[in-house]
Design a protein around this ligand. Structure first.
Ligand code: DGT
Ligand code: MG
Ligand code: MG
Ligand code: MG
Ligand code: MG
Length: 269
């Protein structure tokens, strides 16, 4: 094919191929969700609608894009882990990042009303994205552990903070002062002795965030078939095995999760 004299401008494009054999992680995060959550009256500290909408968007990303082995989300962020051996878009970093973030953002608007019902979406939300490569399985597990530990630390803090504000009538500054320098044990103790809350009984989705993995599920569907010798169509039940994106709210820091789902880190992924 004949090339135009302008063709040379292509050479100005930077090569952003991701290193081979590394896990490719894309993490996105809501832009200024401090304001967004206030304006849309998110329940504090955790709004089920908001968290479930985030997960719905992440499921869409996993279903629409290729080669995502696992995703992890909490608060206004989600991380997507692409398989080590993926050849999707020749491993170009910009393709991974922009496809993940744009698919997620459009899904957020598209599915908004399914979760927020009468609460109008007041302005178009945005998300930032970053990409990080992890060469070993241990690095990847440590990355995901880091995000889940972050979820735990923030959620414990926020749970006590909002109890002090909403139930004890402290101002946000007073609550902040009260919690300054406290350790996890102290916060658990405040929750228990002052509010009769055992932190371990708080919903798992709040404490652990959401893990998305692929799982085979059996579906029973009814099919209409026409037998050659019979005039009428007959309904029969057939079982189909489908691979679906399933949300879990479990610990991913310990070994148990990885032993239960060895296929996630399998060599050929
Ligand atoms: P950024 O990410 O630098 O653009 O700024 P923000 O404001 O998004 O900051 P970030 O991502 O560190 O913190 C997430 C914010 O989102 C934080 O202010 C709390 C809010 N948020 C996330 N999930 C919930 C929720 O379920 N309920 C409420 N009330 N707020 C939430
Ligand atoms: Mg931030
Ligand atoms: Mg944010
Ligand atoms: Mg965030
Ligand atoms: Mg195009």
């Amino acid at each position: 094919m004949a090339k135009s004299k302008f063709e040379y401008v292509r050479d100005f494009e930077a090569d952003d191929t991701c290193l081979p054999d590394c896990w490719i992680v894309v993490r996105l995060d809501g832009r200024n969700f401090h304001r967004f959550s206030e304006q849309h009256e998110f329940k504090k500290p955790n709004d089920d609608r908001a968290l479930q909408l985030m997960t719905r968007c992440a499921q869409t990303v996993m279903q629409e894009l290729e080669d995502i082995a696992i995703a992890y989300g909490q608060s206004d962020e989600y991380s997507f882990v692409f398989k080590k051996k993926t050849r999707w878009f020749k491993r170009r970093a910009s393709k991974f990042m922009t496809h993940v973030v744009s698919q997620f953002a459009s899904s957020y608007v598209f599915y908004w009303k399914d979760y927020f019902k009468d609460q109008q979406l007041l302005y178009p939300p945005g998300f930032d994205g970053r990409i990080v490569l992890y060469p070993s399985n241990q690095n990847l597990k440590d990355y995901l552990s880091w995000r889940q530990a972050d979820c735990h630390i923030n959620n414990l803090y926020n749970t006590v903070f909002w109890m002090l504000v909403q139930r004890s009538g402290l101002t946000p500054v007073e609550a902040q002062d009260r919690l300054r320098g406290t350790l996890a044990g102290d916060k658990n103790e405040i929750l228990f002795s002052e509010f009769n809350i055992n932190y371990n009984n708080e919903p798992l989705m709040y404490r652990k965030g959401t893990v998305l993995i692929w799982q085979k599920v059996n579906e029973i569907i009814t099919k209409k078939i026409k037998l050659p010798k019979e005039a009428e169509e007959k309904e029969v039940e057939v079982t189909r095995t489908k691979t679906k994106v399933v949300p879990l709210h479990c610990d991913i820091i310990g070994d148990q999760f990885w032993e239960e789902y060895p296929e996630i880190l399998a060599e050929d992924s």
